[in-house]
Design a protein around this ligand. Structure first.
Ligand SMILES: CC(=O)N[C@H]1[C@@H](OP(=O)(O)OP(=O)(O)OC[C@H]2O[C@@H](n3ccc(=O)[nH]c3=O)[C@H](O)[C@@H]2O)O[C@H](CO)[C@@H](O)[C@@H]1O
Ligand SMILES: C=C(OP(=O)(O)O)C(=O)O
Length: 440
């Protein structure tokens, strides 16, 4: 598709201000939570991204009326007609995002059955759903996995369960939350994920009338209730998008004020950004990120579940690390195939070597399994414009950063993928003085 190519003329520092709205990894899940309410919900700070459109379409298919509110970024979700909806053409939603798997609990509670089409999301690893299916069975659901999707049934009301996750999976923790809140009795979830987006989903559910405690040591306890109401909630800002722009400022030698960025959910990122040599200044409305001049420092880094360094921050940071002096080590412990995007950076002039061994301090699940999941980045490198094909969401944004930091022109193919998680990024690039144009 020719209109899906962006020509990026690099070498200009990004400077100016952009605004990040609600988190891609919270908003679609809060929209799913609205399915559990007996009354309408109001979600605020909703970004205009494709994952939101996908979930909106799926909710509408299930009889939820979704419309914009009086203010930009407001969604009103009315689930009162879910029981009478005729669900047609659901197959059209196959492969669109990972969110459909979270419809299981709410649909089982409301209808006693659910069909979930094939999932999408970024190809950064195998991304099985075995934990999801296991926990749904613990609640008493039957699951029939077929090539076209999942067929689930709840012969009786779902019952609370004692569950321990093999790994603190974000999606499975959300699956448990969205199912346990209306299950009979109590649920104890051990080894839960505790990402800020999960805490915000818990806040949404608490507003609806759910009873959830987040204890120490990754334990979440939920007491099921018979009825939940709608909610009124302002989504937390997107800490992943904010960090992406921070890396763009660092890699291009620029200065970007990210309105909406918040310190607390970004603490781990901010520490790393500072170690690399980036500067930032925090105020009540956002965070300014800039390159203070001089050399950037190489670092050793491992991605991890929260409160560790988020895997979604890794790819944009790697581009900035190509500009640091010395050898940086990045050990990716969350997804086994999230470093493949670096081969294109090497074509641009970076020196990044991938290893199968765990090069960080901690052996991870992938160490003995032949995955290239550690990287050594030798810098600083002069990047040159190149022909780039976007592999996944963060990899795609990382290619944009690399192209903007490079000398010469790059042609970035598959640019539309970035709309899945970055609101209005073309306008933001223009506001920051980037020299970009659609190719033809
Ligand atoms: C829409 C959304 O919120 N996406 C985020 C979510 O993805 P998502 O919820 O899919 O990620 P998970 O936390 O579930 O996955 C973490 C790890 O657990 C494994 N796993 C997961 C489920 C399962 O049933 N079996 C299994 O083995 C995965 O393959 C992966 O290695 O959390 C990730 C980790 O912070 C982020 O990178 C994604 O941006
Ligand atoms: C991996 C990501 O998302 P998803 O789970 O939606 O594929 C991401 O946001 O970087």
């Amino acid at each position: 598709m020719t209109d899906d190519v962006l020509l990026v003329h690099g070498g200009t520092p990004l400077e100016g201000e952009i605004h990040v709205r609600g988190a891609k990894n919270l908003v679609p899940k809060a929209m799913v939570a609205a399915l559990l309410g007996s009354t309408p919900s109001r979600l605020r700070n909703v970004p205009d991204i494709r994952d939101v459109k996908v979930v909106r379409g799926l909710l509408e298919l299930h009889g939820v009326t979704v419309r914009g509110g009086d203010v930009s970024g407001e969604l009103l979700l009315d689930p009162t007609h879910v029981e009478s909806a005729t669900v047609a053409d659901i197959d059209a939603h196959a492969g669109s995002s990972r969110i459909p798997i979270l419809f299981c609990g709410p649909l089982l509670h409301r209808l006693g059955r659910a069909f979930i089409p094939g999932l999408g999301g970024c190809h950064i690893g195998d991304r099985p759903i075995d934990f999801h299916l296991e926990v749904l069975r613990h609640f008493g659901a039957t699951v029939d996995k077929r090539p076209e999707g999942l067929y689930l049934e709840a012969p009786q009301r779902l019952r609370g369960a004692k569950i321990e996750l093999p790994y603190p999976s974000v999606g499975t923790t959300e699956q448990v939350l969205l199912t346990a809140v209306m299950a009979e009795g109590t649920t104890e979830l051990r080894n839960a994920a505790v990402e800020p987006e999960i805490t915000d989903l818990i806040c949404v559910l608490q507003k609806m009338g759910a009873i959830i405690t987040m204890d120490t040591d990754r334990v979440i306890r939920i007491t099921g209730v018979d009825r939940l109401e709608g909610y009124n909630h302002r989504a937390i800002p997107d800490r992943l998008e904010a960090a992406s722009w921070a890396c763009a400022a660092l890699a291009t030698g620029g200065n970007i004020y990210v309105r909406g960025a918040q310190q607390q959910p970004m603490m781990t990122f901010l520490n790393v950004f500072r170690k690399v040599g980036g500067a930032f200044e925090i105020d009540d409305d956002g965070i300014r990120f800039w390159h203070p001049g001089g050399a950037l420092q190489a670092i050793a880094l491992e991605t991890d579940v929260a409160p560790g360094f988020q895997t979604d921050w890794q790819q944009p940071l790697v581009v900035a690390l190509t500009q640091a002096s010395g050898l940086s080590i990045v050990h990716e412990t969350v997804y086994e195939s999230r470093l493949g995007f670096t081969s294109a950076l090497n074509q641009m002039g970076a020196t990044i070597q991938l290893y199968r061994e765990c090069l960080g301090g901690t052996p991870c699940r992938f160490g003995q399994r032949n995955f290239l999941h550690s990287a050594v980045i030798s810098g600083p490198s002069k990047l040159q414009g190149a022909e780039l094909v976007i592999p996944d969401l963060r990899g795609g944004f990382s290619y944009l950063i690399a192209a903007l930091a490079a000398q010469g022109t790059s042609a970035v193919h598959g640019i539309d993928l970035i709309n899945r998680g970055y609101e209005n990024f073309m306008q933001k690039l223009a506001d920051l003085g980037a020299h970009v144009e659609m190719g033809g």
